[in-house]
Design a protein around this ligand. Sequence first.
Ligand SMILES: NC(=O)c1ccc[n+]([C@@H]2O[C@H](COP(=O)([O-])OP(=O)(O)OC[C@H]3O[C@@H](n4cnc5c(N)ncnc54)[C@H](O)[C@@H]3O)[C@@H](O)[C@H]2O)c1
Length: 201
Amino acid sequence: MNIIRENSGEAIFCPTDVCNAQEVQNSLEMTLQELGQIDILINNAGITRDGFLTRMELKDWQKVMEVNLTGVFNCTRAVAEKMMEREEGCIINASSVVGVYGNIGQTNYSATKAGVIGLTRSWAKELGRKGIRVNAVAPGFIATKMTEKVPEKVLDRMKGNTPLGRLGKPEDVAWAYLYLASDHASFVNGAILQVDGGLVL
Ligand SMILES: NC(=O)c1ccc[n+]([C@@H]2O[C@H](COP(=O)([O-])OP(=O)(O)OC[C@H]3O[C@@H](n4cnc5c(N)ncnc54)[C@H](O)[C@@H]3O)[C@@H](O)[C@H]2O)c1
């Protein structure tokens, strides 16, 4: 937030549990009050609760569904209404390569990230008619807190399967978000942009 302000931007911080529709609505109202309008929504919140299928507990299945799918639904439903009034806006969803290819130990997570692709394509059609572009980014393995939990040997295997031979950096994904949010992508709608160094799982 400080970096945005130091660069003459305006920034506010509204801690929000995306699973809680009322909290999402409160944050939306606070944002509209402080900043006037919402041009871009990035549905970036996401969690993992990895485990093999036969050992996966129902609570871990449900929690991942709640954050990674219901959270995206809550935020988009709230913001889309405001964007539709202005007939413009841009929504970007965080999917994943595992939503495209699947992955061992990620039954719940890969189902949600495949679901995000379904939401993205449905909304691209439904909201596109109202001037709102909806796209997704499907990152490969990116060095963040999320992948700190992944065993070293799995990460080494992922690097080995990546033609570029490394994990992604948060900036690699941020540039993709920036492109999709910009006017340079004004005819890009319903796209699933893989940012994965060429990884094939
Ligand atoms: N790191 C990767 O390799 C990778 C790969 C593909 C996709 N992704 C996706 O990218 C997005 C960002 O992941 P990341 O790697 O930065 O993970 P991260 O764990 O570093 O960050 C996830 C963020 O989501 C927030 N969050 C979790 N539950 C929330 C909730 N209920 N309400 C609001 N916020 C909540 C956390 O506070 C955290 O800031 C996620 O959707 C993730 O699934 C990550």
